[in-house]
Every structure is written in C-alpha cells, then in structure tokens.
Design a protein around this ligand. Structure first.
Ligand code: CMP
Length: 139
C-alpha cells in the first residue's frame, strides 16, 4: 500500500460546535498522522479560489459565505492510502447518507454544513496541500 498525503479542513460548523478535538481524534484513531496544521479565518478570495472548481454551481455563494463564517482548521494527513482512508472516516458528502462512526454522521448538519473537507484524489491533494502549505512548512 502506498503512503499518501491528503488535505483536511475542519469547517466552520465544526469549529463553532467545539468538535475539533473529537474530529482530530477520529483521524488519529484511523491511523492517519497529522503532519502539518493551522487554524485560520479564510478571506473571501481564499474561499473562492479554493473552491474555484465549483464556481458555476448554484450553491457557490452559500459555500464561500459558510467557509468564511468562523475559523477553519487546515491540516495535512499522511498514511497508507490517505486520500481514501480519510474519505472513509469523513463519510458521505451528505450526512443523511453517511455511515455510523463517520465524522459527518456524528457532527454534520446537511450537505452544505458538512463539518469536514477531504481531497478527492492524489492529484487534487497535491494541489490543495500546496494551496495552504508552502513546501518549507512540510516535513
Ligand atoms: P466539500 O467536500 O468541501 O466539497 C465541495 C463542497 O460543496 C461540499 O463539501 C459541500 O460542503 C458543498 N456542497 C456540495 N453540494 C452542495 C449543495 N447541494 N448545497 C450546498 N453545498 C453543497
């Protein structure tokens, strides 16, 4: 199995709900190492740039407004098959479809306020990690 890296964002609904520690605990219990992390308040430009792939979607305005509502916790996770492993830990995008034991089942409200983001491929993980972390801040 391959050692990969993926990007995680703990979103405003989860930081507002004081779920940071519980979510990071679930990440570590799944065998993923947190190798870089920062808490930050996204600017409008950062929120729009990070989600640029969704710019034409009807929910884009709602999404970027939500992502700026409160601070987020951005981290780089490393481990075996990290992209797929973290997506399993997160659960389905819509918490109504998320399995028991996943982050979104435990904490997410709906498809918009879904507590966490995780990269969907190794290619996007590399792009998303570079968006938040210069190489000099990574091991
Ligand atoms: P995320 O994994 O961060 O990637 C894109 C985000 O868009 C997704 O999680 C949701 O938070 C959001 N999103 C997806 N579909 C909808 C929707 N129908 N309405 C509002 N937000 C959505």
């Amino acid at each position: 199995m391959a050692i990969e890296r993926t990007l995680s964002i703990i979103k405003p609904d989860a930081t507002e709900g004081s779920h940071i520690g519980d979510i990071l605990g679930m990440v570590e219990k799944a065998g993923l190492k947190i190798i870089a992390m920062k808490m930050m308040h996204l600017s409008q430009a950062q929120a729009e740039a990070f989600y640029a792939v969704h710019a034409e979607r009807p929910f884009f305005g709602e999404l970027t407004e939500f992502m700026r509502r409160s601070p987020v916790v951005v981290s780089v996770l490393e481990g075996e098959n990290a992209v797929a492993t973290y997506r399993e830990v997160m659960g389905a995008t819509n918490p109504a479809n998320a399995d028991e034991g996943t982050i979104r089942k435990a904490f997410a409200k709906d498809v918009g306020e879904n507590s966490v983001h995780g990269s969907d491929s190794q290619e996007n993980a590399a792009i998303e990690i570079a968006f938040f972390f210069p190489a000099s801040q990574l091991p």
